[in-house]
Design a protein around this ligand. Sequence first.
Ligand SMILES: [Zn+2]
Length: 279
Amino acid sequence: MFLSPIIDAHLHCSELADDELLRFARFNGLNYTLSELLELMKENNVEKGLLLSPPVAAGSIAPNTKILELCQKSGGKLFPIVTVDPSKSKVSSALKIAKANKGYVKGFKIRLGYVQAFADEPVFSPIYEYAESLQLPVLFHTGDTALSDASLSHAHPLQLDRLANRRQDLKIVICHFGNPWMMDVAELIYKHENVYADISGLVAGEGGKYSSQYLESVAAKISDAIYFAGGAEKVIFGTDYPVETFSSGLSLVEHLKIDREDIDKIVYKNALELFFSGH
Ligand SMILES: [Zn+2]
């Protein structure tokens, strides 16, 4: 078990039958239920986590109200992130939920490649303005997509440079460290004061015959990005449960070639500061 407390800034759960992440859960031998998630958090010293809507059948997502409901049942362990798809009505309903649950909702998530939207499209502006006013982070899925018909050009992390240039007060979190474009993410977190990156979901799947080399390779790339950025202040731990198990996620952290102080920042302090201070 990890000695320091942990915040997992990227978790999924819906308890819905058409949840698309069920296949990852089955592969990882997980039940993928709220009670299992809370149990695993306890076992792994995860003090609290952020819950994000998973994809469900027909390109949709589990309703944000369902995510709120699961958080409310978690006994103060899980906090909601509201997912926003690119339409006027989705944007206004996401804002309504965030405003009605002010202080409880910890941020927004935009799926980019899955919905073929660029981060700087005007449809998202009301979300960004609200997020800026409360210092709420906006998370963006970047890099590899779980579906082969999703758009990599929309999911490429460098697409966020334009948004970060225009909105220097918006706190942007690049999910999955832009995998495999990790050095591009290193440049983004170095260049932009308000850009962060999570390391969730990087060690998923069977990995094939090179799985141990792959773990070393990802750990080396994240370590290189940290050296390039000059520190670990913008790097945040997450698993992407049930896509990645807690043991795989924590094993990635243990393989990083950085000191203890930076590990504590990644697994706890950075997320505490970014998501749980004020709002
Ligand atoms: Zn995810």
